[in-house]
Design a protein around this ligand. Structure first.
Ligand SMILES: NC(=O)c1ccc[n+]([C@@H]2O[C@H](COP(=O)([O-])OP(=O)(O)OC[C@H]3O[C@@H](n4cnc5c(N)ncnc54)[C@H](O)[C@@H]3O)[C@@H](O)[C@H]2O)c1
Ligand SMILES: C[N+](C)(C)CCCC=O
Length: 484
């Protein structure tokens, strides 16, 4: 098989197998071929991972930040050296074109390892001077055992975005990849060990939601970080809260992109393409509700359809291909269902939305125009290549409509009036806003959502707050006074 790993799980510094677990086929989305066969983690594998992680974390917490950082930075270097192989694996796991994976996945994971590796030595506490010569100091301590649970669209990136800050802060990690894309995180674990990470600190266990559930509810786990859908997020957040565990929720969205009539149309079309069709539309922060000011609507649609007709849909391993398949047959059927629903609701299908009849899970990129706010395609996250174009007249109107959603992951605006751009950014109810751009996610900048789209932030210095906690130590220099 093309991508069979040494074993299903990576626990305590080595690959482990337990064939008693339910078999899991790994399917290459571009062809429908089974490329690997794994087994879901049994309770014995989960137990082994938790015991190893708890023991290893106690020692890891005693390392200096400099020592921890050095290992993470070495991991980043190895990932960059092996970018080609890791990108091919990411393409097998997800179906995303190599043209994308070679610049956006292992490299993004390496960025996180490098960034948090660099930050590790600077994670210090404070000295606080108090009255009468008393003083206090704070110590930034790790949380303990952090469980990461991944979605299927960015398996390498998600494994690193969770692992890097957790390890930098002195925690141990158990990562459960999505059952749809289980391969890449195993490589991350393997490279961390090669770079010098002590065994037991980064473990990968495979499985469906139930394996995630078993980890989230285990009392020995201190933190849970999920990347997934809002319904799963609600369940996982509730389970974490029941035990007062720390939680980060990176969830779904239905983000707005607003194009004013003074925008550079070519740039706005580029933003709409990036924000709807990159990774075949399987990006959480996508700007799938594209509000276009009425005066430029037809010009925008014309240029958009011209540019879409040049998309190269084909073998994801071919470097020329820039649009790949859906991750799975299941996801393809969900997307096809929304294309049907959009038409039934009266939206105008401008182009695409057709299943490509060949092995694998293929659909052409779809654009709907004349979409109204109440339509399912404008309200629900589709997580596929379906853009909804909505018309608007005024700035006040479009801000209110953009925010009229349970989600709040991202929002973007295209305009040449920069005062208006900043007003829009201030008005958007979203965790990340883009001005004359879309979907940038550099590691230096916090990433995460508001409202139903999530809790907490990944990347940047902000992530440190979500993987560590402060201990305050009060020091009295004089006598202790008591009332009696
Ligand atoms: N905000 C972000 O950073 C971000 C990034 C990527 C994807 N996403 C979101 O992810 C979703 C698509 O991914 P998906 O279909 O894999 O999501 P999903 O919610 O179906 O699954 C996510 C993960 O949760 C696990 N899981 C399911 N039920 C569970 C339970 N009860 N307890 C513990 N774990 C459980 C799954 O096995 C999987 O690993 C979209 O909504 C997308 O927007 C968000
Ligand atoms: C880096 N991207 C492309 C914005 C992806 C972020 C993760 C969301 O799915």
């Amino acid at each position: 098989m093309k991508a069979q790993p040494t074993a299903s799980h990576f626990v305590n510094g080595r690959y482990v197998e337990d064939t008693a677990g339910t078999p899991m086929d790994v399917i290459y989305p571009a062809t429908g071929e089974v490329i690997a066969q794994l087994h879901e983690a049994t309770p014995a594998i989960i137990e082994e991972a938790i015991i190893a992680a708890k023991a290893a974390q106690k020692e890891w917490a005693k390392y200096s930040g400099t020592e921890r950082g050095r290992i993470l930075r070495r991991t980043a270097d190895i990932m960059r050296e092996r970018n080609h192989d890791l990108s091919v694996l990411e393409t097998y796991d997800t179906g995303k074109p190599y043209q994308e994976t070679s610049v956006a996945d292992a490299t993004s994971g390496a960025d996180a390892l490098e960034f948090f590796g660099g930050l590790a030595a600077s994670l210090t506490g404070e000295h606080i001077q108090l009255s009468g010569g008393d003083w206090a100091y704070t110590v930034r301590e790790p949380l303990g055992l952090c469980v990461g649970i991944g979605a299927w669209n960015y398996p390498t990136q998600i494994a690193c975005w969770k692992g890097a800050p957790a390890l930098a802060c002195g925690n141990a990690v158990i990562f459960k990849p999505s059952e749809t894309t289980p391969l890449c995180a195993l490589k991350v674990a393997e490279i961390l060990i090669e770079a010098g990470l002590p065994a037991g600190l980064y473990n990968v266990v495979q499985g469906m939601g139930a394996v995630g559930g078993a980890l989230v509810t285990d009392p020995r786990v201190e933190k849970v970080s999920l990347t997934g859908s809002v319904p799963t997020g609600k369940k996982v957040y509730a389970a974490a809260a029941a035990d007062m565990k720390h939680a980060t929720m990176e969830l779904g969205g239905k983000s707005p992109m607003v194009v004013f009539d003074d925008a550079n149309i070519e740039d706005a079309v580029s933003g709409a393409i990036l924000g709807n069709f990159y990774s075949s539309g399987q990006v959480c922060s996508n700007g799938t509700r594209v509000f276009v000011q009425k005066g430029i609507k037809e010009a925008f649609l014309k240029r958009l359809t011209e540019r879409l007709s040049t998309a190269i849909i084909g073998d994801p391993m071919d470097e020329a291909t820039n649009f790949g398949p859906m991750v799975s047959e299941n996801q393809l059927n969900i997307v096809l269902g929304y294309v049907e629903k959009g038409q039934a609701e009266g939206a105008r299908l401008v182009c695409g939305g057709t299943r490509i009849e060949q092995p694998g899970s293929w659909i052409t990129p779809a654009v709907f125009a004349d979409v109204t706010d109440d339509m399912a395609i404008a309200r629900e996250e589709i997580f596929g290549p379906v853009m909804s174009v909505l018309d608007f007249d005024t700035e006040e109107e479009v801000v209110a409509r953009a925010n009229d959603t349970e989600f709040g992951l991202a929002a973007g605006v295209y305009t040449s009036d920069l005062t208006r751009a900043h007003r829009m950014a201030a008005g958007f109810e979203a965790g990340t806003c883009f001005i004359n751009s879309y979907n940038d996610a550099p590691v230096e900048v916090p990433f995460g959502g508001v409202k139903a789209s999530g809790i907490g932030r990944e990347n940047s210095k902000a992530a440190i707050e979500h993987y560590s906690q402060l201990k305050s130590v009060y020091v009295r220099m004089g006598e202790t006074e008591a009332p009696f």
